[in-house]
Each structure stands twice: as C-alpha cells, then as structure tokens.
Design a protein around this ligand. Sequence first.
Ligand SMILES: Cc1ncc(COP(=O)(O)O)c(C=O)c1O
Length: 433
Amino acid sequence: MNEIARQLNETILKYNPNVYQMLSELGRNLYYPKGILSQSAEASKLATRFNATIGIATDKKHPMHFKHIQKNLNDYSPEDIYPYAPPSGKQKLRNEWKKKLLRENPSLQSKTMGDPIVTNALTHGLSTTADMFVDQNDSIIVPDKYWGNYQTIFHIRRGGVLKTFPLFNEDDEFHISAFRQCVMGQKDSGKAVVVLNFPNNPTGYTPYGREVEGIISALLEGANAGINIVLILDDAYFGLFYENSIQESLFGKIAGLHPRILTIKIDGATKENYVWGLRVGFITFAAENKTILEALEQKTKGLIRGTISSSSHLSQTIILHSLQSSEFEKEKLEKYNVMKKRAKRVKEIVRRERYKRSWNFYPFNSGYFMCLKLLKVNAEELRIHLLNEYGVGTVSINSTDLRIAFSSVEEEYLEELFEFIHQGIQDLLKEGV
Ligand SMILES: Cc1ncc(COP(=O)(O)O)c(C=O)c1O
C-alpha cells in the first residue's frame, strides 16, 4: 500500500476505527498523490517569475484562449473559465455552498463538517461515495421506491446488494418498523450502507418530524448494536418542501450522533437551482474532528483525480456567481412558488371522485414528482398507450406505479394531463373486455 494512503488510514483508525472499517478496499487504498497538481498548487503561490508546472498554455500571463469562445462568456474572466479547477473544487464555491448549508440547516450549526467537495453533480457524488465505501456483497438499504440509477451506482458498479424496505406503512407514513428491521438485519455482517433520499424520487415524499425521530432511533439502535452505518443522504431535491414536513436535511440532525454512523450529504445545484446540465454537485462529510475530515477529503480528492480529475471550471464559476448574486434568493423563491402551486394543483386533481376507481396515489409533499398507484391496469402498458395514443410521456416504475413529473408540466395543463391518463386507463379497460 502507498505510504500516504497508509498514513491516512492510520489517522482514520486513530480517531474513529469504525470509519476505517466502513471503507471499501478501494477506499483504503486511496490517497492524493504529491504529483503534478500539488507541485503546481505550491508553484502558484511561490513561483513569482515563471510557472512552468502545469499543462495549460498561457499568453501574457493569462490563460491562452480562443476569442470566439470568450466573446460569448464575457461576464467571466478567462482565469475563471479555462484553467483546471482543483480536484476538490473552487475553494470560493466550496465556502459559499457551506454557508448555504449552514443557513438552510439550523441543526448543522453545532456540528463538525468538512468543506463540501465539488463533484460532477450528484450522480458522480453518489458513485464516488459508493467507490469509497461499498465492496462486493455489502448491503445497501434503500426504500422500495428509489431512483433507478442506484442499481447501476451501487450494484452494477460496486457489487453491493440492494435491500429494500417498504417506504410507506398502511397509514401512508414512513415505515419506521420496516426500516428498523432492515437495519437490524445487518447485525451479523456489522455494516450497512443506508441511502435515504428526501424529497424522494419517485414519490415526492419528505417525512414529518415524528417520522424523522423514528428514523434516527432506528439508526441509533443499529449503531448501538455494533453495526457500522454509512448514511448517504441524497438531497437532490433539497429545499422543495411544500407542506409541513421537515424543512431541513437529515444531515444536520444525524451528523455527529454516534461514532458508528458516518453521515454524508450528497447534494448540488442540479435540481435545486435548475441547472441540470451544468453538472455541479457536492459531497459533504460530517465526523468528530477536522483531522478525520481532512483524511476523508484527501481520499475523495485522490479518487476524483483518478476519475474525472476535476469538474468543469466554467460551471463552478457560473454557480459561484449565482450564489453570490443579489437576484439569487428572489429568483429561487419565484421558482419555488411555481413548483409549489403545481404540487397543490396536482393534489386537488388526483383526489377527485371521478378518478377514484382508476388510481390511488402515494403521499407527496415535496420535490419534482408524484406517483400514481394504478388500481386496474398495468403501468407499463398504460405508459406505452399514453405515448402512442395521446403523446403523453410518463414513467412506469413497476407494474402498478406511474411517476408523474409535475415539475415539467405547467399548472394550466395539469388537469388535461391527468384527464389523458384517466382516459388511457378507460381505453385499456375497454380493450381488456
Ligand atoms: C434522487 C436523485 N438523486 C440523484 C440524481 C442525479 O442528479 P444529477 O443530475 O445531479 O447527477 C437524480 C436525478 O434524477 C435523482 O433523482
């Protein structure tokens, strides 16, 4: 094993041996080499005469660039576009995102967390975390309604085994006892990777205060029983809370609660700030002290260096300027209100008497989606029928569940959308007769 990796492991072992146990084999081998980038970082501070370290080109002390590109980007200086960003991200952006996390999650104020590490949006944050903590046959605990890409990220790529628990109980609340049972099922192996995503994709659910207490007590029970828990919080749709569910991330509530729970927040600008294609996300660790956080950051940075090397500098610059803009809060609220009105309208429509024999729906109070539970027809058959006959696109999750992204249908058309779905169901029922 490389000497730097060995030292990082020793640091982690010294401050929290449980976290060392949680690391995958790859995670243990990771380190950030003292290679070109760290020599170049040193040079950028001290090489006042010539900096001949890194493989970019300069011209009159500025990054060399094409005028025909720059003329479209004149709000940003070439220094903030063309050179490589550091593997862990532009420090100013990391600081700004951290401030945002603290502002929006009051429970975080008293916790010890690292600076958010920039990723190429959430998928990359999730797969980086999976690389660091998931080995072949590790159990990945997720609710039965989860974002389909977890299969590729945790199972196909890393060989983890997804173990699901029902998200809702018979009262349509978060199924705490099933969650607890699933966590406790890991007692023999002593390790669980738990992935929770609120607002949830595909249902649009975020739990309420009492349910969160249940989630926390189940995790604590697991940790007290000797299970090392890697808790990955996928906060892709953070902030889009429309009712009186919790209004902050579980990250602040759980960070630092128990030495056997490593809490990791995966979030980003993608969905929160409506910049899907810019690909800016973050991994934020919480741990007992700065030293262990630094060791985890070095390992993450090493992994990023060995995969994508660094995220787009231009995208980071755009997000940084946006977060610092005086327009940011105002526009964010405007968009939130649009989404909230759509969610409210959907709720009015889907519960109409007229649709009672066509569907039930899973509880929703947040995010981009809601999910119909079809009572009489197959979701995939309906999806195809809606596409072919009505030009309406939806997503079938399994044989009964149809996901509707109300985020992408304007309020005035929502009524028509659900009427088409209802009509499609009637067509299939007639065909079946
Ligand atoms: C729950 C969830 N997590 C993560 C992602 C990935 O987000 P990104 O586009 O930032 O990679 C998505 C995207 O659909 C999602 O629904």
